[in-house]
Design a protein around this ligand. Structure first.
Ligand SMILES: *Cc1c(COP(=O)(O)O)cnc(C)c1O
Length: 378
């Protein structure tokens, strides 16, 4: 059994994907070939946004947004304490200050009340609160309405790190529509992945899209030898775009299948552990199916038993970012990350992909029920 099975999916779409890749090899436009444009059109239609600007990775998508917004020294960018390191990394790369914010212990996403407290703290430190970067952890959109109210109150902008949630829905709106700019990733293991690195920014702003397209090709102006700003080499390869065009076609069906898997897990596990819940009117794309165990001790016992039964499981993430060597210096005085610390000790992600069989789900749930009931009665 695999944690994320990409080979099964490939078997289902092999002829189409190979044909697309062969087309690229035949026309030879390996960089910014016609497939890049075609994919951008398909992505923007999928999310119902005006612009999809593809790029080389989810990390570069985040970096490009920050560069387009002129984030720099002394600017505070609010990020969850419990996320993947790329989120604060791009802030620090630009010389700005990532300000960590505790997360909600139910949704694992940035906590609106902790956010407000952090904004007040940055003002006391002489930083300029500029931007909130919400993360849709495990594929579940953050609470954008609550965040937008705070953003408005303090006159700061709200963007989205949707690397794990492309295809998700928040209160009836697709991911991509709920922030002024949304970054996503097409890393192979993400819900929509290519066969290498890739990413995109989604936005309704013409002005932002124009800047992003310039930044991704060395800050180009009318052509690449006119440089009007400092930029990056952050283009998506044509071959990756070709792969994604085909994978996007089956993605709506895959989102349904992922939700079916999650439902089956939850129905079986809700009596023995804390299962993830999706708020009304939202849709998760289940980048991970993550249960919350009671303690670090219980989690490591559960992981051992799973692994003896050849069931892979992963901890996303075992350490909060404010405690990491690279980021500890950004922690402001008297900041606390209680929920994040608790989650880092207790979360456990189970195998999740659209093609996980009923047999496998039954086996995983049986083993988990066994170990947790036994644990319970001790
Ligand atoms: C994967 C991920 C990224 C980075 O995406 P890459 O394509 O790997 O650069 C950023 N943020 C979060 C929350 C992620 O999960």
């Amino acid at each position: 059994m695999e944690f994320i099975d990409l080979k099964q999916q490939y078997q289902n779409i092999k002829p189409q994907v190979l044909k697309r890749i062969e087309n690229v090899l035949d026309h030879g436009k390996y960089i910014m070939g016609p497939e890049v444009n075609e994919l951008e059109g398909a992505l923007s239609r999928f999310c119902d946004v005006t612009h999809a600007v593809t790029c080389s990775s989810g990390t570069d998508a985040l970096l490009m947004i920050l560069m387009a917004m002129d984030i720099g020294p002394n600017d505070a960018v609010f990020v969850p304490a419990f996320t993947f390191p790329a989120t604060p990394e791009v802030v620090a790369l630009l010389g700005a200050h990532p300000v960590f914010v505790d997360v909600d212990k139910e949704t694992c996403n940035i906590s609106p009340s902790a956010l407000e407290d952090s904004i007040l703290k940055t003002k006391a430190e002489g930083l300029n609160p500029k931007l909130i970067m919400a993360v849709d952890l495990y594929g579940l959109p953050a609470d954008y309405d609550a965040l937008a109210l705070i953003a408005e109150k303090y006159d700061i902008k709200l963007i989205s790190d949707a690397a794990q949630s492309f295809g998700g829905v928040y209160k009836g709106k697709k991911v991509g529509q709920v922030a002024i700019a949304t970054a996503t990733s097409f890393f192979p293991a993400k819900p929509l992945g290519c066969y290498g690195d890739g990413g995109a920014v989604l936005t309704d702003s013409d002005e932002l899209a124009k800047k992003l397209k310039s930044i991704r090709v060395h800050g180009k102006g009318r052509n690449k030898y006119e440089n009007i700003r400092v930029g990056l080499n952050a283009r998506m390869d044509t071959i990756q775009a070709a792969v994604l065009i085909e994978k996007l076609k089956i993605f709506p069906r895959e989102i349904e299948l992922r939700n079916k898997v999650a439902k089956k897990y939850s129905a079986r596990l809700t009596n023995v552990t804390k299962v993830p819940e999706v708020p009304l009117d939202s849709l998760s794309v289940w980048a991970q199916y993550t249960v919350h165990l009671q303690s670090e001790h219980e989690r490591s016992h559960v992981q051992d038993v799973l692994s003896e039964s050849h069931i892979p499981s992963v901890v996303y993430y075992p350490e909060i970012l404010p405690n990491q060597k690279a980021y500890i210096k950004y922690v402001l005085p008297k900041q606390r990350f209680e929920n994040s610390i608790h989650l880092a000790k207790t979360v456990l992600s189970l195998p999740m992909h659209p093609y996980l069989s009923d047999n496998d789900i039954n086996h995983i749930c049986k083993v988990l029920q066994g170990v947790l009931i036994e644990e319970f009665s001790q």
